[in-house]
Design a protein around this ligand. Structure first.
Ligand code: LMR
Ligand code: MN
Length: 578
C-alpha cells in the first residue's frame, strides 16, 4: 500500500530479530524540541511530551522567515475588516426600525447623498446588498432590538468616524504602519471611546514590531490589544479580536500562561465565546497546562461539536495522556475538519504515533504519507518538524561523508578515557544520569548524562567528566550545536525504544560505542546496525529510528550531535535552539 509505494527506504516493516510489528510505535518527537523550547521560554521544566512553543525572541522571527512561515502571516487588520461593515449594517437596521416608528425627517443626515458616478453607484448597491444581507441575518438571529441599540450606542464613537477609520485601515493595508499608527492615535485623542482605533493602534504596533524585530514594540502592541480586549462597552467582536491578538503576541513572547490568566479572569462575559475557548485551549497546551486545556476544549466542543480546532486539539490532549483509543478518532476528525491548525505537522506525527502504538501501522503510514504529500514532512520516514530546507537527507552516514572525520578520529583515540569517566559517573549511585522521560520507551531502563545542550555546556556535569568535556569543548560544531546535545546514554538489558523521529533535520547524531554487549540493535530508516567499542556510527535522527536491547548487560554509548554539514555559518548562528 501507500507505505511501500512512497517509501524512500522500502518497506517500513519491523526490523529483524523478531521485533514484533506491534512494537512499531513512535514516540513524540516534540519530546526533543517541544520540551526544550518550552523550558527555554517558560522557565518551567516540563517532562515528557508537550504541545509546542513559539519562542518569542529574535530567533523565532529568523526561523519563521527561514521556514517561510512568518509568525503573523495574516494582517491583524484582517481580523476586524468586517467590523465597520457590520456596524454599518446594524446601524442601518436600527435606523430602519426607528424609522418605522418615527416619521422621516428632512434632515436625513445618516443617509448618504445620492451618488452620480455609476461605479460608485454599483459599489453602493453592492454594499447595500451586503448590508441588507447582514441585516437579514441579524434579524434571523432574532437579536433583540434593545440590545442592538444599546450596542450601537456604545460603539457610536466608532461609527461616527468610520470614514477616518477606513482611511487609517487603508494605510495599514498599504503597509504604511507608522502612518497608520499616527492616524489611529490622532483619532483616539479626539475619540477616546473608539475601540476600533485602539485595535488599529495595536495592529500597527504589531506590524512595526515584526518589521523592526523589536520586542519593545511587541510589548506596546500587547498593551494596546489588551486595552481592546478589556474595553468597556466596545463592540464584542472587536474585543474578541483584541483578546485573540493580545494572546497571540503574548504567546509569541513566551507568555502563554499569563495570557491564559488574563483571558480567564478578565473575560467573564466572553468565557463562552468559541474563539476565546479555542485560544485558551491553545495557550494552555503551549504552556503544558493540559488539564485546563482539556476542559476548555471539551466545553468548546459542547458548544460547537464540529469545531475542527477543538476536535484535533482535544485529540492531541488525549494523545499526551497516552489515551490513544480516544485520541485517534478525534485527531482524524481534526485532519478532516475546518481548521488548519489541526493539520499542522505535529498532528500528523502524533496521530501516526498513536496508531503505531495501537498496532495499526498501516493506517499510521497512510497518515505519514498524507503528511509528506501535504508538505508537512520531508518524507514519510523523515518526520522532523523543525527543518532547514535543502539539506542532504539520508538515514545513515559515515564520518568521512562529513567534515568531522578528523574530529571523530581524535575522539575515538580517547574513547577509553571517555568511557572510564562515564563509568565513574554511573558508579556514583546513578549519579547524574537522568531517566528518559519523553515516553520513548516501550519498556526497560534508559538513562542519559548530558554535557552540552542547545549549544551550552552543563558545567556541573562537566566537572564530573573533565577530560571528556575538555575534548568536546574544542569541537565547536558539536559543543555549539544549538539543535542537539552531547551526552552519555546507558541502556539496560530489556530496553525497547519505540520508533520515533528527532525534532530537526539540522543535526547528525554520532554514537561512539563505549560498552557494547551482544544483541543490541539500532534501526534507522531501513537499516539495522549495532555499535562497536571505540568506533563511531552516524545517523540522521530526523529519520525514523528505534533501539532494542536484548543483551545481558548494560550498553553505554557517547552521543554527539553535530550541525548538519550543509548548514551555513549564518544558519548555525540564527537557528533557534532545540
Ligand atoms: C536515540 O537517539 O533514540 C537512541 O539511539 C539513543 C540511544 O541511546 O541509543
Ligand atoms: Mn532518538
Amino acid at each position: 500500500m501507500a507505505v511501500e509505494k512512497k517509501s524512500s527506504r522500502g518497506a517500513k516493516g519491523p526490523p529483524p530479530k523478531g521485533k514484533a510489528k506491534s512494537s512499531s510505535k513512535s514516540s513524540s518527537q516534540s519530546s526533543g524540541s517541544g520540551t526544550l523550547i518550552a523550558v527555554a521560554v517558560l522557565g518551567v521544566l516540563v517532562a515528557g511530551v508537550v504541545y509546542a512553543h513559539q519562542a518569542g525572541h529574535l530567533n523565532s522571527y529568523v526561523e519563521a522567515l527561514q521556514q517561510g512561515s512568518a509568525p503573523s502571516q495574516k494582517s491583524p487588520i484582517d481580523a476586524v475588516k468586517d467590523e465597520i461593515k457590520n456596524a454599518d449594517a446594524e446601524f442601518q437596521q436600527a435606523e430602519t426600525e426607528k424609522d418605522a416608528k418615527t416619521p422621516p425627517t428632512k434632515d436625513a443626515a445618516s443617509k448618504p447623498a445620492k451618488k452620480v458616478n455609476p461605479e460608485e453607484d454599483k459599489a453602493a448597491d453592492d454594499k447595500k446588498k451586503q448590508e441588507g444581507d447582514a441585516a437579514k441575518k441579524a434579524k434571523k438571529q432574532k437579536k433583540p432590538v434593545r440590545i442592538l441599540q444599546a450596542s450601537i450606542g456604545a460603539k457610536e464613537a466608532d461609527y461616527e468616524i468610520r470614514q477616518e477609520i477606513r482611511a487609517a485601515d487603508r494605510l495599514h493595508t498599504k503597509k504604511k504602519y507608522q502612518e497608520a499608527l499616527t492616524e489611529f492615535r490622532r483619532l483616539l485623542k479626539g475619540n477616546p471611546k473608539c475601540i476600533r482605533c485602539k485595535y488599529g493602534e495595536g495592529a500597527a504596533l504589531h506590524e512595526l514590531a515584526d518589521k523592526q524585530r523589536s520586542n519593545k514594540l511587541v510589548q506596546e502592541a500587547i498593551a494596546a490589544y489588551k486595552e481592546t480586549c478589556t474595553w468597556s462597552g466596545g463592540r464584542r467582536s472587536v474585543r474578541v479580536a483584541g483578546c485573540l491578538a493580545m494572546s497571540g503576541r503574548m504567546s509569541f513572547m513566551g507568555q502563554s500562561r499569563q495570557s491564559v490568566k488574563l483571558l480567564d479572569t478578565v473575560l467573564a462575559d466572553l468565557s463562552e465565546d468559541v474563539k476565546i475557548l479555542e485560544e485558551i485551549g491553545l495557550q494552555c497546551l503551549i504552556s503544558a497546562m493540559n488539564k485546563k486545556a482539556k476542559s476548555a476544549l471539551t466545553r468548546l466542543l459542547e458548544l460547537d461539536p464540529e469545531n475542527g480546532f477543538g476536535l484535533g486539539h482535544l485529540g492531541f490532549v488525549y494523545k499526551l495522556e497516552l489515551r490513544y483509543e480516544e485520541a485517534v478518532p478525534l485527531m482524524f476528525a481534526g485532519l478532516r475538519g475546518n481548521d488548519d491548525r489541526s493539520r499542522e505537522p505535529r498532528f500528523y506525527y502524533h496521530l501516526g504515533d498513536a496508531l503505531q502504538r495501537l498496532n495499526r501501522s498501516d493506517e499510521a503510514y497512510e497518515v505519514y504519507s498524507q503528511g509528506a504529500d501535504s508538505g508537512n514532512f520531508n518524507s514519510m520516514y523523515q518526520r522532523s518538524t523543525y527543518n532547514a530546507p535543502n539539506l542532504k537527507a539520508q538515514p545513515w552516514w559515515t564520518p568521512e561523508e562529513t567534515p568531522y572525520a578528523a574530529d571523530i578520529k581524535r575522539i575515538e583515540k580517547h574513547w577509553k578515557t571517555i568511557r572510564d569517566e562515564g563509568l565513574a559517573v554511573m558508579n556514583l549511585n546513578q549519579g547524574g544520569f537522568d531517566k528518559e522521560e519523553e515516553n520513548l520507551r516501550k519498556e526497560g531502563d534508559w538513562g542519559q548524562f548530558t554535557l552540552f545542550q542547545q549549544g551550552h555546556v552543563l558545567e556541573d556535569n562537566c566537572r564530573k567528566v573533565p577530560k571528556t568535556c575538555k575534548i568536546m569543548k574544542s569541537i565547536k560544531d558539536a559543543a555549539g550545536c544549538k539543535r542537539g546535545q552531547v551526552k552519555y546514554s546507558v541502556m539496560q538489558p530489556g530496553t525497547v525504544v519505540w520508533p520515533h523521529c528527532g525534532p530537526t533535520n539540522c543535526r547528525l547524531r554520532f554514537h561512539l560505542g563505549l560498552v557494547v554487549p551482544d544483541d543490541v540493535h539500532i534501526r534507522c530508516g531501513n537499516d539495522t546496525r549495532t555499535w562497536y567499542e571505540g568506533k563511531t556510527i552516524v545517523f540522521d535522527d530526523s529519520f525514523e529510528h528505534e533501539v532494542w536491547h536484548h543483551g545481558k548487560s548494560f550498553r553505554m554509548v557517547f552521543i554527539m550531535d553535530f550541525w548538519h554539514p550543509d548548514l551555513t555559518q549564518r544558519q548555525k548562528e540564527e537557528l533557534s535552539p532545540i
